[in-house]
Design a protein around this ligand. Structure first.
Ligand code: COA
Length: 161
């Protein structure tokens, strides 16, 4: 699997699984039902941020976006978000993207990576981020309205370099 920087031309290939995951409503508090162009700026980052794609056999199977968590005096902490095509989940793509983001943030000189809103019942994500060294520094109770579980917490997770 290759992980490379995404270009504008990659967005139409990311969008189908972006829309499927967002519209399912289990993992992100992003607007649902967005058409292609409206959704683009929600995922495609520009410098100092960056969006990457994971490519397997010429197919885009996942994507991550990363960059400073806050501007100005918070810009030494990175943040990131991840999407793996539901048809390709559970095969190590998310772990490879996670490692890539950690390596990128270290190389760029960030002091750590903060995930702002990990849905507490998103077991694969919580497991994966903990296995990469992230810890739950706090949980905002009932901050996410899950389609099956109702109001659940959002973890703030942090990896300090
Ligand atoms: C979360 C996500 C990025 C992970 O990507 P992925 O390619 O499916 O993940 P991987 O195959 O690399 O790893 C999944 C890990 O979760 C584990 N896992 C799967 N189901 C699990 C469950 N129900 N409970 C606990 N762990 C679970 C797997 O065993 C694996 O861990 P391991 O490598 O220690 O065995 C992907 O599932 C996704 O895009 N989900 C929807 C969007 C999302 O949740 N993004 C992250 C928001 S914080």
């Amino acid at each position: 699997m290759e992980i490379r920087t995404a270009g504008d031309e990659d967005w139409p290939k990311i969008y189908p699984f972006y829309a499927a995951i967002i519209d399912e409503g289990r993992t992100y508090a992003f607007p649902e039902g967005q058409p292609l162009e409206e959704a683009r700026p929600w995922w495609m980052e520009s410098p100092p941020g960056r969006t990457v794609v994971a490519v397997e056999d010429g197919l885009i199977v996942g994507s991550a976006k990363m960059g400073p968590n806050r501007p100005g005096r918070g810009s030494h902490v990175a943040t990131a978000s991840f999407l793996v095509d539901p048809a390709r989940q559970g095969r190590g793509v998310g772990r490879a993207l996670g490692r890539h983001v950690v390596d990128w943030a270290r190389a760029e000189g960030y002091r750590g990576i903060q995930f702002n809103a990990v849905v507490e019942v998103n077991a694969p994500a919580v497991h994966l981020w903990k296995s990469l060294g992230f810890e739950v520094v706090g949980t905002v109770p009932e901050a996410f309205d899950h389609p099956e579980h109702g109001l659940v917490g959002l973890h703030v997770m942090y990896l300090r370099f």
